[in-house]
Design a binder for this molecule. Sequence first.
Ligand SMILES: [Ca+2]
Ligand SMILES: [Ca+2]
Length: 208
Amino acid sequence: MLFRSLLATFAIALIPASAFARPANNACANAIGVSAGGTFNGTLVGATNDGVATCGSSATNPDVWYSFTAGTCAVRLVLDTCGSNAAFGVDTVVSIMTLCGGFELACNDDHGTGAAGCGLNDSQTSLVLSPSQTVKIRVSKFSTRILAPFTLHVRYEPVGYVPPPTRVRPKARHARSSTPTTTTAAATARRACSSPSSSARPIAPPPL
Ligand SMILES: [Ca+2]
Ligand SMILES: [Ca+2]
């Protein structure tokens, strides 16, 4: 029995520590929703690879996932990991996919411009999304650099009003009032899509 116990202990010791602590969003299918925007603290520690990317030598590296769905407005989605390299030593790579196992829409390894609060190894990327479009956000790391925590900032702002796909015609012309109606759903949507969202922040220039 003692031998068996020692053998079991030895076997457990051989299992990598990462096997005990997978991030909740390790699999793309378990992507964390970030549609409201904001700051999200994540980690690559314990993550495994289930995605690909075309930049940052990260195609086979461990990755974690987030999901963003645009509302009724077309939006410019802007992602960055600014501050992560300075805080945790991680060299992030951020990419945007159409869906799990889908096509890559954008990828950035290093922000490159060294904007305020953004290190040269931090990532930033952006993409214009159609109303209701969902994308998957992959966070990974460059080549052989360390697995570590990171901070993902998610911002978005409307890029213009997009009319709904169908319109309700007036029942009768003579029923129209000479006074313009300003409280229709369309007018409300137009106003909503013409002003920045409450979570939108000034957007930095795209990476070089
Ligand atoms: Ca993964
Ligand atoms: Ca990087």
